[in-house]
Design a protein around this ligand. Structure first.
Ligand code: FES
Ligand SMILES: [Fe+2]
Length: 430
């Protein structure tokens, strides 16, 4: 029986209101994803043996990586960093990829057909992305091991990935991601997508595959998933990894697939298998013959984009990026009108500093660039939790600049006073 997925957009959780009939669900799911929505699928693989099977593969990977066999059978996967070294964790990730790869087609068919009622043909990348993200303190301890692994396998597997579209990383422009939690994934250690950017132009950083820093992404939607829950979302919806400031390892896998023939930007090179040949000898055979002797089985398209591009609209701009109008005084202090900022907003003071007005109305001057990887916090969200960096979602307390969670990154922060309707920025913060 197909499940009832939940559409997520912005911070609002809408009941999908989808027809639970297979065809109704299929169309609705496909259209939602096409229109830049995130489909949250509770208990996506929980109610059958797939969750236990995949968790078993991860446990087996830990055993093969040299751990205590008894421990690998009983350990909570979210605690793997307490018992296994960085070297063992990346070896376990590789072993898991090898074991899951031959099962990818069967698993995807199961999810799409049994869970979402989607009977139609699809195309998929056989290689699962195995995503073990230990807490950031562990990353620091084993920095070289994780850096080497990220160089080999790409960012986002064991470390935080900067905000990006998947087509910037050689994926089909029309791909969607099925992102499945194998352990508990929280807003402090999972991933974030930015629905407000859908259909807007995004500027890439020079010589990189990630977004340039001075853009506003809108309100991010963070994963909050139990083991076996999943998200289905478009690869070309801007998304990013959360810097793991929790004390648990995030354990997840993801797959890329398309609902029409995959098409690539100029640099695209990935092999996608036609679901008609999934889980049959032809699936393996055709991958050994990338020249594609059987038309329509595997495609290696290179060349100009075909079909519509989602991120071609007007560029995303926002008032946050406009500097405040300030008066500089002889003593080095600066003032601006208190009413220029509503509670819960961030504005640019100058090239190095921002002003935050928290939800209680308190004004603070903080450093403009995130101490983690230098994101421009002018585009940060300020919510009840604090100032949320748009790149990897580290949360700062705007009152004192400290980061929330198990991270020692901190911002410079200075309180401001309000006098006669004016906010006074003290000279010491300059
Ligand atoms: S959390 Fe990574 S740059 Fe801010
Ligand atoms: Fe991605």
């Amino acid at each position: 029986m197909p499940l009832m997925p939940v559409m997520l957009q912005g911070t609002t959780h809408h009941p999908a209101g989808l027809e639970p009939s297979p065809t109704g669900m299929a169309c609705a799911a496909r259209d939602l994803v096409r229109s830049g929505q995130i489909l949250s699928i509770p208990r996506c693989i929980t109610d059958d043996d797939w969750l236990g099977r995949l968790q078993g593969i991860v446990r087996d990977g830990l055993r093969l990586a040299g751990g205590d066999p008894a421990l690998s059978r009983t350990i909570r996967l979210e605690e793997m960093h307490r018992h296994y070294s960085g070297e063992q964790i990346v070896r376990a990730a590789d072993a898991s990829i090898r074991q899951i790869k031959p099962l990818s087609g069967r698993l995807l068919k199961h999810v799409l057909r049994s869970r979402l009622g989607m009977e139609q043909r699809f195309w998929f990348d056989r290689r699962p992305k195995v995503r073990f993200h230990p807490p950031s303190a562990t990353l620091e301890e084993d920095r070289q091991v994780f850096q080497d692994y990220a160089r080999r396998r790409g960012h986002g597997k064991v470390d935080a990935h900067d905000p990006h579209l998947d087509s910037w990383h050689h994926c089909p422009v029309n791909s969607v991601n099925l992102w499945i939690a194998l352990g508990r994934v929280t807003p402090r250690n999972g991933m974030t997508a930015f629905p407000d950017t859908h259909g807007r132009a995004l500027v890439q950083r020079d010589h990189a595959h990630d977004v340039a820093g001075d853009q506003w992404f809108g309100t991010g939607v963070d994963t909050d998933l139990r083991p076996g829950d999943a998200w289905l979302f478009p690869g070309d919806l801007l998304h990013t990894s959360i810097l793991n400031a929790s004390d648990e390892t995030r354990v997840a896998i993801s797959f890329r697939l398309t609902f029409s023939k995959p098409y690539f930007s100029g640099s695209g090179t990935e092999s996608f298998v036609d679901s008609r040949y999934a889980d049959s000898p032809l699936e393996f055979w055709t991958l050994q013959h990338p020249a594609d002797p059987i038309r329509g089985v595997v495609r290696h398209w290179r060349g100009p984009r075909r079909g519509p591009e989602v991120n071609r609209g007007p560029q995303v701009v926002h008032d946050h990026l406009e500097p405040l109008e300030v008066h500089i005084h002889e003593d080095g202090s600066a003032t601006f009108a208190a009413e220029a900022m509503a509670p819960g907003t961030v504005r640019v003071l100058d090239r190095q500093r921002l002003v935050c007005r928290d939800l209680q109305g308190t004004y603070t001057v903080v450093g403009r660039h995130c101490p983690h990887r230098g994101a421009d916090l002018a585009a940060a969200e300020l919510n009840a939790e604090g100032l949320v960096c748009p790149w990897h979602r580290l949360v700062f307390n705007p009152e004192n600049g400290s980061s929330v969670g198990h991270c020692d990154h901190a911002l410079a922060a200075n309180p401001c006073q309000v006098r006669h309707g004016e906010v006074v920025v003290p000279p010491s913060s300059r």
